[in-house]
Design a binder for this molecule. Sequence first.
Ligand code: ADP
Ligand code: MG
Length: 289
Amino acid sequence: AVPLVVAVSTALAAKSGLLIRDRSAFENARSLQAVVFDKTGTLTEGRFGVTDIVPLGPMDENGILGMAASLESGSEHLIAAGIVKSAKEIGIILKPAAGFRAIPGKGVEGTIDGKTYMVVSPGYLKEKNIEASNEKMGDIREQGKTVVYLLEDEKPMGAIALADVIRKESREAVARLKQMGIKCMMLTGDNRSVAKHVADELGLDEYFAEVLPHEKVNKIKEVQEKYRVAMVGDGINDAPALVQADVGIAIGAGTDVAIESADIVLVGNDPREVVDIIVLSRRTYTKMV
Ligand code: ADP
Ligand code: MG
């Protein structure tokens, strides 16, 4: 039988917008020492909009956006959604892409009009030794924007900068967790300057940037050597890390895979609910002993 206090607490949890899928994880939440947040879609809203396009070859801005959007219409990534939305807003007609392929944590690839196009991360360019520097890019990076590159047959055609918004609840969530003596960290596949910007804004204790999807689990294991840890995420690529963490927490608006991998779901998409979980867990399980 379920003890009365637990039953009452899960009812309370439901009322505050939490879906508890694993009761023992909820119990573990009382002794958490660190919370690792995913960035995009978790600490931020994940609603990207294109803010700048910098030509790096013969294509003009609309050409760059059009090709990138044509390719990205095959992707489910939040960056892809931002590029497609921005192209459609200015009436660009998308072209069909053949042989679409996602490169996890790096970008996308496909063929349009017989040429190979890619939209990729700065890390991918570095890895392939592709030079794509431009004066304007420095400023954009300092503004904490996410930058991706359009390549045509491996040659850089342009850079696309996108801005996302930090959830207004994230700041309070981090401040309250730190007050409780819990370390706040961030794990992201995005580049270091964007990560630093968000980490500084929120006052995070630590952050890990340019982490490839398959490396996220190992980062959690590393943190677990020192702390009992919760992972909070929304994406397909967060799912293994959610399973690995002592407590896996998914954003309700996240992907199905993340929700299915989590112990607790934040139905309200509010990172402050992570604090509620810990408080509620402490109250519930200290009453029982
Ligand atoms: P996260 O979910 O932590 O933001 P991902 O691992 O999904 O990170 O992606 C890491 C990086 O890979 C992105 O910041 C971007 O540079 C690149 N990337 C991934 N998918 C795409 C895509 N569909 N289009 C463009 N870039 C992408
Ligand atoms: Mg995410």
